[in-house]
Write a protein that binds this ligand. Structure first.
Ligand code: UDP
Length: 475
């Protein structure tokens, strides 16, 4: 339960319901409230969506009152506690499941909630996972687990990712935690969760992916050889056609009014997702790099427990004063998809979370890539080397959530400024990147249209589940 998983699942629910299936969304009260307007509009539009709320266990796990989402946690060192608390939802879910009418034909669950596999088993229905990642990542992960090649190299020695359709190098320091765990005490707890998830997902009936065939066809084909039932039914962010749903949980659109006054393709939008907390020194480098580039920008600041330090610097340094009119700071949550869809945005500086990546791809914006954690370096490789619509800032290794200080300053203001200038460049290379980005925007749009690849895959997915259900009933 965190924005990077809940947002795509909400959008996916809408897409599935548009195919005339009934969708029951199981969610906790505070998370339901976050999506209140979105869900209300979806239901009011006539889609067959039911909301089933389960109380999140509040005591006994060392979590502050009211924490129902990873981004509510004061520190991500509490991740294991949060997962343990979430697992307590199994019993109440089983209790209400009996009452559901019509009875669900399958459970589509975020793969991190691995206990939902037991619920599906109990009710003898397929357990389909959603893991919020690309087929590039799924394939690269599978091949690394198989070959273990990363165990034979030094942390910063580049090696070829085995068995991929393209020749792509990476270093061990850039790999997801599964291959490159952090050294902090709470990492042990996270490793236990990772192991549970991996063991459970082997038993999944199939997997739905927030991607589309045209984006990573060769990777999807290869991954299907491994997993069989793989349905690419995205990009989910494109499920929303009106501004209010694109804005995802934000009412304040002042930045949109500002964007309306900027030249087309002139603004750099910089946002590192919902969980990344840059340390104040690293945030300062980012801010000064954007300033140095001289392009107009929107910078989203999420300092978490160190917000005060960042805000103090912003004032004392005079940054906000200097960039007035040319730079907009958003403190907290930004209406990302709405911003990205604005014609004034010319580049997206992103941490390469998969949602942000595919949101950027779907609106045809070239990207400046600065991976932070998890599988984000894989996503960077996809954008920079396969899709070819982005340029990296030169990040060298993953940061561990909750231990950001240990990483020091990885990216300097000069690196940010250089990457921004390269992406915003009006020359041939910049033009080629923009053309690539536009090409994939068109492909993304077509994929979801009636008869498009994702539309067809979703139809095939629902037919597969129905066939399974009918066979079961006949048997
Ligand atoms: N997001 C947003 N506003 C913000 C930060 C994030 O709307 O200020 C959304 C973003 O559009 C995406 C999700 O939150 O849908 C973040 O998911 P992603 O996989 O990119 O990264 P994560 O937050 O999981 O690291």
């Amino acid at each position: 339960m965190c924005p990077g998983h809940l947002i795509p699942m909400m959008n996916m629910a809408k897409l599935i319901a548009k195919h005339s299936a009934t969708v029951t969304i199981v969610i906790t009260p505070r998370n339901a409230a976050r999506f209140g307007g979105f869900l209300h509009r979806a239901v009011a539009s006539g889609l067959s969506i039911r909301i089933l709320q389960l109380q999140f266990p509040t005591t006994g796990y060392g979590l502050p009152e009211g924490c129902e989402n990873l981004d509510d946690l004061p520190t991500l060192k509490l991740t294991k506690n949060f997962f343990d608390a979430s697992a307590k939802l199994q019993e109440p879910l089983e209790e209400v499941f009996e009452e559901l009418n019509p009875r669900p034909s399958c459970i589509i669950s975020d793969k991190t909630l691995s206990w939902t596999a037991d619920v599906a088993r109990k009710f003898e229905i397929p357990w389909v996972i959603f893991d919020g990642m690309s087929c590039f990542t799924r394939l690269a992960t599978h091949n690394l687990l198989d070959s273990k090649i990363h165990e034979q190299v030094g942390d910063f020695d580049p090696f070829w990712l085995p068995g991929l359709p393209d020749k792509i190098t990476i270093t061990r320091s850039q790999l997801p935690g599964m291959f490159n765990p952090g050294k902090g005490a709470h990492e042990k707890g996270i490793n236990i969760i990772r192991e549970k998830i991996r063991a459970a997902e082997l038993g999944a009936y199939g997997i739905v992916i927030n991607s589309f065939e045209e984006l990573e066809k060769r990777y999807i084909d290869e991954y299907r050889k491994v997993k069989g039932k793989v349905w690419c039914i995205g990009p989910f962010s494109q499920a929303n056609k009106n501004d209010i749903d694109k804005a995802s949980m934000v009412n304040n659109h002042e930045c949109i009014t500002w964007l309306d006054c900027q030249k087309p393709g002139s603004v750099v939008y910089a946002c590192l997702g919902s969980l990344t907390r840059l340390t104040p020194p690293q945030f300062i480098e980012l801010a000064l790099g954007l300033e140095k580039s001289k392009f107009p920008f929107i910078l989203v600041e999420k300092g978490g427990s160190r917000t005060e330090e960042i805000e103090k610097w912003l004032k004392e340094d005079g940054f906000e004063e200097r960039v007035k009119g040319r730079g907009v700071l958003i403190h907290g949550w930004a209406p990302q998809v709405l911003i990205l869809s604005h014609p004034s945005v010319g580049a997206f500086l992103t941490h390469c979370g998969w949602n942000s990546t595919i949101e950027g791809i779907s609106v045809g914006v070239p990207m400046i890539t600065w991976p932070q954690f998890s599988e984000q370096f894989f996503n960077e490789r996809l954008v920079v080397e396969v899709v070819r619509s982005g340029v990296g800032v030169g990040a060298k290794s993953v940061r561990y959530l909750g231990e950001e200080d240990a990483a020091g300053i990885q990216v300097k203001r000069e690196d940010v400024c250089k990457a921004v200038k390269v992406v915003m460049d009006e020359g041939i290379e910049g033009k080629e990147r923009r053309e690539k980005a536009q090409y994939f925007r068109e492909m993304a749009e077509k994929a979801l249209e009636e008869g498009g690849s994702s539309w067809l895959n979703l139809k095939l997915f629902i037919e597969d589940i129905m066939l399974h259900t009918n066979k079961d009933m006949a048997g």
